[in-house]
Design a protein around this ligand. Structure first.
Ligand code: NAI
Ligand code: MG
Length: 497
């Protein structure tokens, strides 16, 4: 554990010392109540900044601005190519401020700045660029009718309206980009609420969106808590659709809250994604792949490979290999360029993860490596491998959302039974299959009940690939062309000729 604490560069420091207000209707404004809340650096537990705290009145103001921008503003009526150019520009501005954004994200979330730069920031810029291209490509189709008479029928794809985006703390900037970019391309207007743990990068993004020159009210960004501002958004009659990423528990609350005006919903929720390793693999290739699948981003990843099932003939070698990598991962503060794993996002999240490890021990799992929270400042948890886990243990059934792998051996070659083992979870976000046998790989891929299946890799994501969950991992898909189901309504127009 390297406890060297580093200072951010000048641009990030300047941002940290500026007032952090909401973007509403094209202006930076304070909360109506005047309330602010503290943001903490999880590497040290020290205060980092204070940001304005939204309550239902700020939500009302942001929704009113988005409503005006949708009902009477230029954005939904603008030529697609003009929208495309403005969305592209946001991507360019993110790239231009990449190091600053990476430092802000690392300080706020705890993730290593090197990861923030090449993953969070780079993929955010790419998401705006990729989605900008869809602005000019979304269209309907003509449909031949069988009804008696002569008709011309065609469909239009129209923006769903005012969208409320609610994002979590594990990829604050990137998940904001996943939501804002396609909604903008579709011609929607929107209110985004960041997570209370990590409001900073969204506020810097708000400044860049202003700089890009979007019409006022198209993107409104607020900071605040889920139970207050988030709940107010979900119950708001002025919002036509909520796009949410977060816990399955809150996803279910949102389903109830949205009933009032039957808002459209897309929900990207938790996961407990399996990795299935067959006997024919090259262990030297699987080991770093599996370690990366669970330890990337401190394990705070909805699609983390958290359940490892390895065939008994390779189980020991795979588990030893992953444990060896785990024991060598350099924990450290987020701004240190040598850090490979940062702290968890909050004291609460560390307590939650440590509680799971304790439960795993009590229920009979063997701690192969890790298992502790290092002494000293910051919310660190050692990368942990639990072996001898089985389907009834809490650590296997529930999402831990931390650097904890559950490893179990299997001794079977029946693909239906192997699929049943992998599918034995209420979640269905992702899975990976590790084998050199293409027949096994593709047969199992069809039997897995999950939105993403990776073969000989894990967490391979791309702006062009749809991502989302089966079962209790959610509703709808993000990214790719599929995301536009979430942000458009289809209208059928029929003319009697
Ligand atoms: P959460 O689901 O409470 O928070 C996510 C977002 O929802 C935040 O912006 C929060 O302010 C908002 N929110 C909370 N309650 C709300 C409500 N009643 N109405 C509207 N919005 C609300 O997640 P939390 O408590 O931060 O983490 C708990 C667990 O959730 C984690 O340990 C992890 O298992 C899971 N999680 C999954 C994520 C994913 O990527 N699928 C992301 C974050 C958490
Ligand atoms: Mg919560």
């Amino acid at each position: 554990m390297d406890s060297t604490v580093m200072k951010p560069g000048g641009a990030a420091q300047a941002f940290l010392s500026r007032a952090k207000r909401f973007l509403i209707g094209g202006e930076f404004v304070e909360s109506i109540s005047g309330k602010t809340f503290e943001v903490v650096d999880p590497s040290t537990g020290n205060a980092l900044a204070r940001v304005c705290e939204a309550d239902h009145r700020d939500v009302d103001a942001a929704v009113a601005a988005a409503r005006r921008a949708f009902d009477t503003g230029p954005w939904p009526r603008m030529k697609p190519a003009e929208r495309q150019a403005l969305i592209w520009k946001i991507g360019e501005l993110i790239d231009r401020h990449a190091q600053e954004l990476a430092e802000i994200e690392a300080l706020d979330n705890g993730k290593p700045v090197t990861i923030a730069r090449v993953v969070d920031v780079a993929y955010s810029a790419e998401m705006f660029r990729y989605m900008s291209g869809w602005a000019t490509k979304l269209g309907g189709r003509t449909i031949p009718l069988s009804a008696p008479g002569d008709y011309l029928s065609y469909t239009l794809r129209e923006p769903v309206g005012v969208v409320g985006h609610i994002v979590p703390w594990n990829f604050p900037l990137l998940l904001a980009a996943w939501k804002l970019a396609p909604a903008l391309a579709a011609g929607c207007t929107m209110v985004l609420k960041s997570a209370e743990q990590t409001p900073l990068s969204a506020l810097r993004l708000a400044e860049l969106i202003q700089e890009a020159g979007l019409p006022p009210g198209v993107v409104n960004i607020i900071s605040g808590f889920g139970e207050t501002a988030g709940a107010a958004m979900c119950a708001h009659d002025g919002i036509d659709k909520i796009a949410f990423t977060g816990s399955t528990e809150v996803g279910k609350l949102i389903v109830k809250a949205a009933a009032g005006n039957l808002k459209r919903l897309s929900l990207e929720l938790g996961g407990k994604s399996p990795m299935v390793v067959f006997p024919d693999v090259d262990v030297a290739q699987v080991v770093p792949g599996a370690a990366g699948a669970i330890f990337f981003n401190q394990g705070e990843v909805c699609s983390a490979g958290s359940r490892l099932y390895a065939h008994r003939s390779v189980f020991d070698k795979v588990v030893e290999g992953v444990a060896e990598i785990a024991s060598k991962i350099k924990l450290g503060s987020s701004l240190n360029p040598a850090t490979e794993m940062g702290p968890l996002v909050s004291e609460e999240q560390r307590a939650r993860v440590m509680g799971y490890i304790e439960k795993g021990r009590k229920e009979g799992a063997a701690v192969v490596t890790g298992g502790n929270a290092p002494n000293g400042l910051g919310y660190f948890v050692q990368p942990t491998v639990l072996a001898g886990t089985h389907k009834d243990m809490t650590v296997v059934r529930e999402e831990i959302f931390g650097p904890v792998l559950c490893a179990e051996r299997f001794d079977d070659d029946d693909l239906d039974r192997i699929a049943a083992m992998a599918n034995n979870t209420p979640y269905g976000l992702a899975a990976s299959i590790w084998t050199r046998d293409i027949s096994i790989a593709h047969k199992l891929a069809t039997r897995i009940r999950a939105g993403s299946v990776w073969i000989n890799c894990h967490n391979a994501l791309d702006a062009a690939l749809p991502f989302g969950g089966f079962k209790q991992s959610g509703w709808g898909r993000e990214m790719g062309e599929e995301v536009f189901h979430a942000y458009t309504e289809v209208k059928a127009v029929t003319a009697a000729l």
